[in-house]
Design a protein around this ligand. Structure first.
Ligand code: PEP
Length: 250
C-alpha cells in the first residue's frame, strides 16, 4: 500500500510569533504546489495562532508540540485538545524524547494523550526511540516494542487509523549523529511488525512511521527512500525555510 509521506518541523522552544511569521512568509513560496508529501509545522504554543493564520489556504498544516490528556482542569501551563482545535491546529506531538527526559512523560502518559487526541480527531505523532546505551546493549527492539505496547494500550482497531509513529533514536536527536538508512530501516521494520502484532496487518500496513534524528537536506533523500520510512520529524534543520524546504523536496 502506498503511504503519503509526512514531513514535520519541530521548532521546539524557538521562534517568537514575528519570527514564525517570517518563516512562513519565506517558506510557503518554496513549497507551493508540493502535494507529494504532507507538511506540518509544530511551533511553540505562543506562535500557534500566528502560524495557523499565516498558512491558511496553503498545503501546510499546523500542530502543537504537546497536549494534555484531560478535557480541562487545574493543570497550570498545559493546553487541552479543545484549545488546540479552537485555534485551528490539527496535529500534536506525543512523547517526544525531550518531554520524556525533562518532563517525566512515560508510556502511561503517552497512552492517555494518544487516547485524548484520537477522541478529538487530532492527528497524533507518537515519538519512540532508544537511548545509546540501550542500542549498544542490543536492546533496541525490546525498547521500541515496549514503548509501542505502552502507547497503544486500549487503542481499538477502528480508532487507530490516524496514528503516526516517529522513530527517533534519542542519541541522534540534536546531536548531528544520524542513524544510517539501514539502521533506520531496520528499526522501522521492527516497529511495523510490532504494530501488526498489536493491531493487525491492515493497520500496520497503513500507519506512517517517520524517522527523526538530525535529518538534514543532505541526508534526507537516502533516509526517506527506504521502503518503511514514511517521512521525517525534523528539529534543527527545520528552523530555516530553505533548509526545511530542501528536506520537504528531497
Ligand atoms: C526532533 O526534535 O524531533 C529532532 C529530530 O531534532 P533534530 O532534527 O534536531 O535531531
Amino acid at each position: 500500500m502506498s503511504r503519503k509521506a509526512l514531513i514535520a518541523a519541530n521548532w521546539k522552544m524557538y521562534k517568537t510569533p514575528a519570527e514564525a511569521q517570517a518563516f512562513v512568509d519565506a517558506f510557503l513560496p518554496l513549497v507551493a504546489g508540493h502535494t507529494r508529501d504532507e507538511i506540518v509545522l509544530f511551533p511553540s504554543a505562543t506562535s500557534l495562532s500566528t502560524v495557523v493564520e499565516a498558512v491558511a489556504g496553503s498545503n501546510v498544516a499546523v500542530g502543537l508540540q504537546n497536549m494534555h490528556w484531560a478535557e480541562e482542569g487545574a493543570y497550570t501551563g498545559e493546553s487541552s485538545a479543545a484549545m488546540l482545535k479552537a485555534v485551528g491546529a490539527t496535529h500534536t506531538l506525543i512523547g517526544h524524547s525531550e518531554r520524556r527526559q525533562y518532563f517525566g512523560e512515560n508510556d502511561e502518559v503517552v497512552n492517555l494523550k494518544l487516547q485524548t487526541a484520537l477522541k478529538h480527531g487530532i492527528i497524533p505523532i507518537v515519538c519512540i526511540g532508544e537511548h545509546l546505551d540501550e542500542r549498544e546493549a542490543g536492546k533496541t527492539a525490546v525498547v521500541l516494542c515496549a514503548q509501542l505496547r505502552g502507547a497503544l494500550t486500549g487503542v481499538t482497531l477502528e480508532a487507530a487509523a490516524p496514528i503516526v509513529i516517529a522513530y527517533e533514536p534519542v542519541w541522534a536527536i540534536g546531536t548531528g549523529r544520524t542513524a544510517t538508512p539501514e539502521m533506520a530501516a531496520e528499526a522501522h521494520q521492527i516497529i511495523r511488525a510490532e504494530i501488526s502484532q498489536i493491531l493487525g496487518p491492515a493497520v500496520a500496513d497503513a500507519v506512517r512511521i517517520l524517522y527523526g534524528g538530525s535529518v538534514k537536506p543532505d541526508n534526507a533523500s537516502s533516509l526517506l527512500q527506504q521502503h518503511d520510512i514514511d517521512g521525517a520529524l525534523v528539529g534543527g534543520a527545520s528552523l530555516k525555510p530553505d533548509s526545511f524546504a530542501a528536506i520537504v523536496k528531497y
